[in-house]
Design a protein around this ligand. Structure first.
Ligand code: 7RM
Length: 668
């Protein structure tokens, strides 16, 4: 399917010199973009899109030439969704760290800044050129080798946003080790489960972390708790970030700085097969157990690299900043692998948007002359609420392109972003994608696609989105809504769930045969633009973080006195979605402050503080069908305070439960 915009749209696009032209709530790329951008008109977009769909092998062949291969592939792709079998660039050989560092040094760009690290405290920053980075990565790769890490071994990285995190990732791929980054806010229990699921051999962490007003996040202490039950871990490498006193376990723990100081600066990159694993990243699904999403080397790098260049219209001298945490896929693809494979200057930010004040993002933009700025709608909502004075005192004239990711962006924050941050001069790319997709699948191209606030617009090259009915019928035509699926593969697609290929098939390919099912709903408007309506499964999106309702329910269930819990999302001003927990206590136990506290702390312990419920309602019973399934649809309506459109409740075992839930009171 090809989307050709109507004549009116194209005419408006060429309307003239004015910066951003508005028409019926459609925003057009400003004229100064039309000339020098990689894709500089909607006609060009349509032309390339058509080619990419007509002859995908030819298209993905030409794209893959951006990467340096030791040996080219002998088949572009081999995909069978009915077996969940996905391979790209078969028998191609490459090394990801070579592509992200060495080749830039070899081509004379060794003195170019690779990473600008901006610390939590504005007085702290560091820059690493590509040459400096190469030395550090080689040294640390040798440290890993000296600790017995071999090709294919898993290495867990549990760190905050410090440069050593990127260095460790690149060192892993230099020697063919598979990294598994665990977001620094996850609890000891979560860390333990993730280490065990993929039997990591080594853990890399830091003494303590700093983030906003928190200046002593107990990273090593959490790690120590996790490590009580992780038989696969041989050694722990600890980065000294804050210098506070921590315990080091003799024979197991070593300091990063001590190990690297005398490590050799020679370390040849290992030749990897395209389909050798690059990393595992855990993400929440609709069951209690997070999935180890596995990405491989060749296809992932090609896709991250290409999308980064085209969607952010990245040019050689740009300073690019993605504010995400590397603990999530956005940081993997668009702080590390995409930008660095393109030889970009990428900013890595340790702090938070409101520390030391609400102008911090804009200070960083001003200080480093950021050209592309990529963030989450939740951050924009939080900042928008604080007024414009924080923005007006900073010079944002370097900005060229703005991006968002992680959740639907709503019109108010989109308009604020456009006007107050972009000064109506910077196209906004609302990028839709997932941990599973490796890179962006639906997004405007900044100098080509007219945008509409809230729409991720059109598919990227080579991407075939479809809308499906609940029965799995393809919904053709525009002005329609359905379940979002993809009917062809792309190089950045995940390959399996680590250690559980059957679950991979069951989760993504079994519901609708021949399609990859995303778990999202979407509508396609009259112009063929996609509007993501959100998850249709039991996955919540809290401030852009994916959290499964089942995980939170499991954690609540572990608190003393709790018989059962059901968790749903509800609309939240800042977070996008908040967590609403309905909790039934054991017979004879009354709700109390103490129980409430133990529920909250159980969630913090089992998952992490970011998954704490915003609202807890104690309920005598939960609405269940006669077969015992909790009807979340009803709980969602109660959480949304939309009790008048409850729908059919006749299949409930006991419909009177609903009445008591509506009357019930919230405790938090
Ligand atoms: C990159 C990332 C994936 C889920 C996805 C959606 C939601 C992401 C957008 C979005 C609306 C967007 N990976 N999502 N981007 N919804 N518009 N531009 O976020 O695996 O952590 O989450 O996030 O529901 O399925 S993720």
């Amino acid at each position: 399917m090809v989307y050709i915009l109507n004549a009116l749209t194209i005419k408006c696009l060429n309307k003239g010199k004015s910066i951003m032209v508005r028409d019926n709530n459609t925003y057009f790329p400003s004229s100064k973009w039309l000339e020098n951008a990689h894709v500089n008109s909607i006609d060009k977009y349509n032309e390339i899109y058509e080619e990419s769909i007509k002859d995908p092998d030819q298209f993905w062949t030409s794209v893959a030439d951006r990467i340096d291969w030791y040996k080219r592939w002998d088949k572009v792709s081999d995909v069978d969704y009915n077996k969940a079998k996905i391979s790209w660039y078969l028998n191609g050989k490459l090394n990801v760290s070579y592509n992200c560092i060495d080749r830039h040094v070899e081509s004379g760009n060794g003195d170019k800044t690779a990473i600008i690290w901006e610390g939590n405290d504005p007085s702290e920053d560091k820059k690493y050129t590509y040459s400096e980075l190469l030395i550090r990565v080689k040294k640390f790769a040798n440290v890993l080798k000296s600790l017995g890490v071999k090709k294919g071994d898993r290495v867990c990285l549990y760190m905050q946003m410090i440069p050593e995190l990127s260095i460790a990732m690149l060192a892993c791929c230099r020697i063919g080790a598979v990294h598994s980054v665990v977001f620094g806010a996850f609890s000891a229990d979560s860390l333990r489960d993730r280490i065990n699921d993929s039997s990591c051999k080594i853990l890399i962490t830091q003494d303590t972390g700093v983030r906003g007003v928190k200046n002593n996040i107990p990273m090593k202490e959490n790690a120590d708790k996790a490590l009580i039950n992780t038989p696969s871990i041989d050694s722990v490498v600890v980065v000294k970030r804050t210098g506070v006193n921590i315990e080091m376990v003799d024979g197991r723990d070593v300091w990063w700085h001590e190990e690297t100081i005398n490590a050799s600066e020679d370390c040849e990159p290992v030749e990897m097969d395209s389909e050798d694993p690059l990393f595992i990243l855990y993400t929440s699904g609709s069951t209690g157990k997070p999935k180890g999403v596995l990405h491989t080397s060749g296809g992932y790098l090609v896709y991250a690299s290409y999308t980064h260049e085209i969607i952010f219209d990245y040019k050689k001298n740009d300073v690019y900043w993605c504010t995400a945490d590397i603990g999530w896929i956005t940081g993997h693809s668009y702080i590390v692998y995409g930008p660095m494979s393109n030889g970009a200057t990428t900013i890595m930010f340790e702090g938070v948007p409101n520390y030391p004040d609400f102008g911090r993002f804009w200070d960083v933009v001003d200080k480093h002359n950021v050209n592309q700025f990529y963030t989450a709608p939740t951050a924009l909502r939080a900042l928008m609420k604080e007024g414009n004075t924080w923005v007006e005192s900073r010079n944002l004239s370097s900005l060229r392109i703005l991006g968002t990711v992680g959740e639907p962006i709503k019109e108010p924050e989109w308009k604020w972003y456009n006007k107050i941050i972009g000064k109506e001069n910077c196209p906004i790319v609302d990028t839709w994608w997932q941990t599973e997709t490796g890179g962006i699948l639906i997004s405007p191209l900044p100098a080509a696609t007219p945008t509409k606030p809230g729409s991720a617009t059109l598919p990227f090259f080579g991407i075939n989105p479809v809308l499906l009915s609940d029965e799995g019928e393809e919904i053709e035509g525009n002005n329609r809504q359905g379940l979002l699926a993809l009917n062809t593969s792309w190089p950045g697609q995940m390959r399996t769930i680590y250690g559980d290929h059957k679950r991979f098939f069951d989760t993504y390919f079994s519901q609708f045969s021949g399609y990859y099912f995303t778990g999202d709903g979407a509508k396609r408007d009259k112009d063929g633009y996609y509007w993501i309506t959100g998850r249709v499964d039991d996955v919540l999106n809290i401030s852009g973080h994916r959290i499964g309702t089942a995980e939170v329910e499991g954690a609540i269930g572990k608190a003393n006195g709790v018989a059962e819990a059901a968790v749903v999302g509800f609309p939240h001003d800042i977070k996008g979605q908040g967590i609403y927990a309905f909790v039934t206590l054991m017979t004879g136990i009354d709700s109390s402050e103490i129980i409430l506290k133990s529920i909250i702390s159980s969630v913090a312990k089992e998952i992490g503080p970011h998954a704490k419920p915003d609202k807890v309602q104690f309920a005598p019973a939960l609405p269940k069908t006669r077969s015992g399934k909790i009807m979340r649809r009803i709980l969602r309506k109660i959480a949304e305070k939309d009790v008048n459109s409850m729908g059919d409740i006749s299949t409930l075992a006991d419909p009177s439960v609903v009445e008591s839930l509506i009357k019930g009171s919230i405790q938090v």
